[in-house]
Design a binder for this molecule. Sequence first.
Ligand code: C5P
Length: 232
Amino acid sequence: MLKAKDRLIIALDVPTPEDARKLINQLGGTVGVYKIGLELLFAGGVPLMDKLLNSGHKVFVDAKLLDIGNTVERTVTNIARLGATFLTIHGTDRKTLDAAVRGRGNSALKLLAITVLTNLQQQDLNEQGITMPGDKLVEHRAKLAHDAGFNGVVASGFEAAQIRKLCGPGFNIITPGIRPSGSESGDQARIVTPGKAIGSGADYIVVGRPITEAVDPLKAATDIVAEIEAAL
Ligand code: C5P
């Protein structure tokens, strides 16, 4: 079974690799996985990823890919070659999911489908012409990803329990939109506390601003790990 600290994924949503390194040094061994998203990927994120992997950390590449199959397949192959541990793909359709699975090949890369972004509410889905209720859309996309051979999904804490029921054990549920009680929600909409996410069946939680913008990031991370531990 994964330890509490290995279930905490830190979103390195900072402007430069220097800022990221500072944060990583502050957090030391408290954290199992570091997530490099679009912001940092285009500002020296790939060399930083090498350094993290060489020092024994796991790296989550949050590229949120969505393109034609050929492009998705080849991009996933390249990311797998870099040694990434997790990679996100938008889980909108089976063609994209199948292409990602082909691109992964026999590598150890774990593919995660984005179900519905945690900053979106029903009115945002309606605006896209999607009439299915948001929670049903999450379930639908989780099932699609599971059937395609994905390793898991990214979903809010509100849907974790239902996905676990639908996709069974062994399918990874990664939950962002985490806010310890009393912290700012920022642009997130469907937020839950670390304890609620883990208690609902999430395997990992993704935390950005509540740690990166904390006065004492190490204390913020340590408190969250303790809350995960208590919820297990
Ligand atoms: O700062 P905060 O804790 O809100 O950061 C959450 C992180 O999780 C961000 O890096 C965001 O891109 C990512 N994420 C998300 N919702 C998803 C998938 C990823 O918030 N559905």
